[in-house]
Design a protein around this ligand. Structure first.
Ligand SMILES: O=P(O)(O)OC[C@H]1O[C@H](OP(=O)(O)OP(=O)(O)O)[C@H](O)[C@@H]1O
Ligand SMILES: Nc1ncnc2[nH]cnc12
Length: 172
């Protein structure tokens, strides 16, 4: 896990003054560390009957798609506004450095389907909360969530009001 810490770069004042941005691109560029990261993210979910991994645009796609393959599950994108063709349902939310909207195709998940939600970073938790609500709106079952990085100081975990587990690989 130390390799993962070593490969996440701190970028001060990006994308806004006062934000310490966690840059995952050095981690993604390292084949062994990225593979180890995907393995470790998937381990808690093996044998748990995950039918679909919902990855959150855009960095959540990188981890989510690789995890879906490893878990032998489908991949369903939760996309930013206006990117998915209709019909969609959407949700506005706030994140550490702005406001945004996530959407999902109304036919993308079956009622009762067992879903894992994946993102790269948990900061204030607004994004993950919006993702959970959208999946539940479609009647699917949120089995849990995984993030590569948790920023504990922003207490995003408090926004995860589900009983389903929320796993973080590394935390700061
Ligand atoms: O916990 P929160 O405060 O909600 O912040 C976490 C979200 O912020 C980033 O997404 P961003 O909207 O910057 O999109 P990107 O992945 O396209 O860079 C990150 O990828 C998470 O999705
Ligand atoms: N500090 C941060 N670094 C990287 N991604 C983020 N998303 C929200 N806050 C972030």
């Amino acid at each position: 896990m130390q390799a993962i810490y070593d490969l996440v770069r701190d970028v001060p004042d990006f994308p806004r003054p006062g934000i310490m941005f966690k840059d995952i691109t050095p981690l993604l560029a390292d084949a062994n560390a990225f593979a180890e990261c995907i393995r470790a993210l998937c381990d808690p979910w093996r044998g748990k009957g995950i039918g679909a991994v919902c990855g959150i645009e855009s960095r959540g796609f990188i981890f989510g798609a690789a995890m879906a393959q490893s878990l032998n599950a489908g991949f369903v994108p939760l996309r930013k506004a206006g990117k998915l063709p209709p019909p969609v349902v959407g949700m506005d939310y706030g994140l550490e450095y702005g406001l945004d909207r996530l959407e999902i195709g109304t036919e993308a998940l079956k009622p009762g389907e067992r879903v894992l939600i994946v993102d790269d970073v948990l900061a204030t938790g607004g994004t993950l909360d919006a993702g959970r609500r959208l999946v539940e709106r479609l009647g699917a079952e949120v089995v849990g969530a995984s993030v590569a990085i948790e920023l504990r100081g922003l207490d995003g975990r408090a926004r995860w009001v589900s009983d389903a587990p929320l796993h973080a690989l590394v935390s700061y």
